[in-house]
Structures are given as structure tokens and as C-alpha cells.
Design a protein around this ligand. Structure first.
Ligand code: FE2
Length: 228
């Protein structure tokens, strides 16, 4: 995977860069957890309404988890402290949340980077887009599992998460393969966290992942999810 570091954007043009490239970077006024969470809420409230995360909370603090310590259906359950593959947050919901806000309480040591990738830069052909939009796949979410497509009708969002998407026929396998292959060859961007950093990610447009982490690194990110 080719990576390039993310350039710092000025605090004066935060939401403009979100619209332009699908993510924006901000700095919290303070670096304590309470201030960072408040700042996330303030930014999130400008974008839409909060949605509950997997555990049912409106504000969460996430940290790298070993597989045996993770939510049964989370990516960490499968990948543990290894690299977390690119995914769309809340892919297991019928409509994934529009925005994902992350704030760095502690970058951890060793630190793990958050990886970002705009799916529209993956160079899908018209035929591939049709395949992604038309091919039913199974979205596993326990008793709430359902059928959907990787690309939403009209292409508003890309639903991709190797932890919950499952093909049930050859066409579905082909659709998933197209995405996996394109992601593998894509020039992703790495965000290296500093305490107090905040990222707003347009979850309909930009996939995110994480570089490998370590048990006990101390990495902690505050997270809120927003429906736009
Ligand atoms: Fe995620």
C-alpha cells in the first residue's frame, strides 16, 4: 500500500475541506478527554444528529483491542491488534452513519495511524460501479442481518466492511473482489495522531482503517457518529 502523510489544514477552513476531500482536521482547545469529547460534540452538532455506536452509546472511547477482548462482531474480533482493514463505519446498519468524528485523547506508544481512502479515487469502471450497485450481498448483523448492495442506489455511499459483508453467489464474490483489489493498490493517506487532534470523516465517501497496534499502547480515541 502506498501512503502519504496528511497535510495539516488551517483551523479557519475546516468544514470546507470536509466537503472538498471528504475529511478535515481540527485541533481541540484542550487536550484532556472531557474537552476533546465536548469539542467533538460541538463539531458533530453542526453536521447533524448523533447516532449510537455498536455498544449503544452516543459518545465512545475506542482503543485497540485484542481479538479475545473485542465485540463479537467487530473487526477487532477478527483482526485484533493487527492492521484494521479499510471499512465504512456502521456498515451493518441499513444506512451507515454519514460522519465519523474521532478525537485523540492519547496517540499511544507505539502510536497507530488512522488510514483514509476516498472510494471515488479507486477508479471503478462504469461496469464495476453497476456490479457494486446491482449485486445483492448479505450484511451480517446477527438476527438483524439483511441483504443489500456494496454501492447504494445512485452511489451516495459505499458499504464496505470485510467483517460483516458476505457474498452468497459468484457475482457477489466478484463484487467483493473488485473492491478488495482496488483497495490493495490504492494510494491511501495516513493520519498520525497527536493529542487533541480531531478528524471529521465523511463516512459515505472516505473509508478508514488503522495500522497495527500493540497491547497496552495506551492509544485512546474519542468517537462520535453523526447522521447528516
Ligand atoms: Fe471504524
Amino acid at each position: 500500500m502506498n501512503t502519504s502523510d496528511i497535510a495539516v489544514s488551517g483551523p479557519q477552513q475546516p468544514l470546507a475541506s470536509l466537503a472538498e476531500r471528504g475529511w478535515s482536521r481540527h485541533s481541540s482547545e484542550g487536550t484532556d478527554a472531557g474537552t476533546i469529547v465536548r469539542e467533538l460534540g460541538r463539531l458533530g452538532d453542526r453536521l447533524g444528529s448523533r447516532v449510537q455506536g455498536r455498544a449503544g452509546a452516543l459518545e465512545e472511547v475506542v482503543q485497540p483491542r485484542a481479538a479475545d477482548d473485542a465485540h463479537p462482531r467487530s473487526l477487532s474480533r477478527r483482526y485484533g491488534l493487527g492492521a484494521l482493514p479499510f471499512h465504512t463505519e456502521l456498515s451493518h446498519r441499513t444506512r451507515p452513519c454519514r460522519y465519523l468524528l474521532l478525537g485523540c485523547i492519547d496517540p499511544g506508544s507505539p502510536a497507530a495511524a488512522t488510514m483514509l481512502l476516498d472510494w471515488r479515487t479507486l477508479g471503478f469502471s462504469r461496469e464495476e460501479l453497476d456490479l457494486l450497485e446491482d449485486t445483492p450481498i448479505l450484511v451480517r448483523s446477527g438476527r438483524r442481518s439483511f441483504y443489500s448492495t456494496i454501492l447504494s442506489p445512485g452511489g451516495a455511499f459505499l458499504r464496505y466492511d470485510p467483517g460483516c459483508l458476505e457474498a452468497f453467489d459468484e457475482r457477489g464474490r466478484q463484487a467483493l473482489r473488485v473492491v478488495v483489489d482496488r483497495i490493495a493498490g490504492a494510494p491511501a493517506q495516513a493520519h498520525h495522531w497527536r493529542q487533541g487532534d480531531i478528524l471529521i470523516i465523511d463516512n459515505w465517501r472516505v473509508l478508514h482503517g488503522r495500522t497495527p497496534s500493540d497491547r497496552g499502547s495506551g492509544r485512546r480515541l474519542a468517537r462520535i457518529l453523526i447522521d447528516g
